[in-house]
Design a protein around this ligand. Structure first.
Ligand code: COA
Length: 192
């Protein structure tokens, strides 16, 4: 049985569980050249999660996946320089933080962005990502948006297939080849 819940609805005790924050911070692997490995991402970002921008999937009581959302100038992570300096030292930490900010700001052109989506390996092919995508569209509509946008890496055929199956369509190719992603969009029904 799968349940999708907003992270902000969980108690502080549950949110303090490092397993939960690790599930969310593990998902930024494409930025490992800026954020480092999984352990480093956990140290950098776990205390900076905006839980009101996270939808969590629970299967049989265990957190098995999440969708991270970005809208109204707020994404799933607060931008704080101190953890970067602490993790990488002053120079490298400042440069990495600046690169992370650029990567974050680049995405503000999307009114409502599905920033990240991940399901634990052991729970894949149970329809969990599809359920998260449904919940994401519902949240977009509830907040007054007319579409959900996302970026899918060119090499991620599985994710692109999932999004196409769930009503997203590819937007036209961009002129700038970096980062190597394609944008996708799904219209959502306005809620009365
Ligand atoms: C991509 C990813 C999120 C998909 O998660 P998932 O939970 O396995 O996805 P779903 O189960 O909803 O859909 C996958 C398949 O399961 C099928 N499925 C859906 N509901 C199902 C159910 N109730 N029972 C069995 N299978 C089901 C779907 O039809 C789909 O099959 P298809 O590929 O033949 O169409 C997951 O592989 C992942 O976390 N990958 C790593 C991170 C990543 O790439 N994220 C995307 C970044 S853009």
């Amino acid at each position: 049985m799968v349940a999708i819940v907003p992270g902000s609805s969980l108690t502080p005790d549950l949110l303090a569980d490092p397993k939960l924050s690790r599930l969310v911070t593990d998902g930024r692997g494409s930025l490992s050249f800026i954020l480092g490995n999984a352990a480093s991402r956990q140290r950098l970002l776990s205390a900076s999660i905006h839980w009101d921008r996270i939808l969590l999937a629970f299967e049989d009581g265990h957190a098995v996946g999440y969708a991270a959302l970005k809208y109204r100038m707020r994404g799933p992570f607060a931008l704080r320089i101190q953890p970067f300096v602490h993790e990488f030292g002053w120079l490298s930490g400042t440069l990495r933080f600046a690169a992370f900010c650029l990567s974050e700001w680049r995405e503000w052109r999307y009114p409502f962005l599905l920033y990240g989506l991940r399901v634990r390996k052991s729970a894949r092919n149970h329809g969990i990502a599809s359920a998260l995508l449904q919940a994401c569209s519902k949240q977009a509509a509830a907040c007054g948006f007319t579409a959900v946008y996302l970026e899918v890496p060119l090499a991620n055929d599985r994710a692109r297939h999932l999004y196409l199956q769930n009503g997203f369509s590819l937007l036209r190719k961009r002129w700038v080849p970096w980062p190597p992603v394609r944008s996708m969009r799904r219209d959502v029904e306005a809620q009365p």
